[in-house]
Design a binder for this molecule. Structure first.
Ligand code: ASP
Length: 344
């Protein structure tokens, strides 16, 4: 084991975790990050070097934009050689989107990037923020006997579970167990010890780490539902300013089989639109060979999203379209597993 002290950079972007009750008017306000170590003295017990960096402005994560992802990616790149791991404090509402996007933007990542947050501010007596933060820091600084990081992935840590970032989704608006990755076991579970699921954790490629900041956001999401109208489907699938549509389908990838629906899908593909089939179900995978309705989509040129989450599909499309101008390359990479985001 290398005896060099591990170092972790905490990047604070906003969200509930960092808010504190202002005694004057009892409203929640962003926390003075300089006093974090005072608020969470347990962090000193790891023997890690912990530095922090606060984004300005701090935001509720409902306001997250790709610009913030670029800033996060470049912050990690600029500090990559100085730290063993990174902890990103982030609001829970869009954490799964940010973790997914970052997993694609950070290529050949060899260090942990752990997103965490909380349902209750860190200053509240029953806060979940302390445990989330403390364990995230421990995981970000954890090294194997050969000195390499235990979890060189973009992850979300929440309520004792370490989840792959591009596999997780927010499933609870109020409970402490806010995140799940329904199609992949946790990368670790924290109990008395942190038990790492080493069979699931990806190892680095060994190639040079680099970031991708080009993101093409011309993506729409069409959630099919009983009673969906022709006008709505046309507006989305034939939109001239859109390059790709995630079609959130029923079950294992099924959509209405009415003629008008399939005609629009055909026309959309003929117009050059990239159509990506992602299931509305939390668990399980798209399989367009199972039912005639799914097969009709496949025959029309709709691509299979297997068990990818919508959050991850969005990040993958932004990233691929931002990096490749030709749709053929985007389409062939969409159906490949690039960062452990899907089982195909
Ligand atoms: N609205 C908050 C946010 O996402 C909620 C939270 O942090 O839990 O920033």
């Amino acid at each position: 084991m290398s005896d060099k002290q591990s170092s972790v950079l905490l990047i604070y972007t906003g969200g509930t975790i960092g808010m504190k009750e202002d005694p004057a008017d009892q409203t929640l306000r962003p926390f003075d990050f300089g006093s974090l170590m005072k608020e969470v003295p347990e962090l000193n017990k790891f023997g890690l070097r912990i530095d922090s960096l606060t984004f300005d402005p701090l935001i509720d994560s409902s306001d997250i934009e790709p610009g913030m992802w670029r800033k996060l990616a470049s912050t990690i790149r600029d500090n990559y050689t100085r730290y063993d791991g990174f902890v990103v404090l982030h609001g829970t509402d869009t954490m799964a989107y940010s973790a997914s996007a970052l997993s694609f933007m950070l290529e050949n990542l060899g260090k942990p990037v752990i997103f965490t947050g909380s349902q209750l501010p860190i200053g509240r007596p029953r806060t979940d923020g302390k445990e989330n933060l403390i364990s995230s820091v421990e995981i970000a600084g954890a090294r194997r006997p050969d000195g390499s990081p235990v979890v060189p992935e973009v992850c979300v840590y929440f309520n004792s579970l370490l989840l792959r970032g591009n596999r997780c989704t927010k499933v609870d608006a109020a409970g402490f167990g806010a995140f799940q990755s329904p199609n992949l076991p946790p990368l670790a579970e924290a109990g008395i010890d942190i038990r790492y699921n080493t069979d699931v954790i990806r190892r680095p490629s060994g190639k040079e780490f680099r970031i991708h900041s080009g993101l093409d956001t011309r993506v729409s999401i069409l959630k099919v539902h009983p009673g969906i109208t022709q006008q709505v489907v046309e507006d989305i699938l034939l939109g001239s300013l859109t390059r790709a549509v995630i079609i959130e389908t029923f079950g294992c990838g099924n959509a209405p089989s009415r003629d008008w629906f399939l005609d629009i899908v055909h026309q959309s593909v003929a117009n050059g639109m990239i159509l990506f089939n992602v299931t509305q179900c939390l668990r399980g995978s798209v399989n367009m060979d199972l039912y005639a309705t799914g097969r009709a989509l496949k025959d029309a040129g709709v691509l299979c999203g297997y068990d990818i989450t919508t959050e991850s599909a969005l990040g993958k499309l932004f990233y691929l379209m931002g990096n490749y101008d030709d749709n053929q390359t985007v389409k062939s990479l969409l159906e490949q597993d690039l960062r452990g985001e899907m089982s195909n």
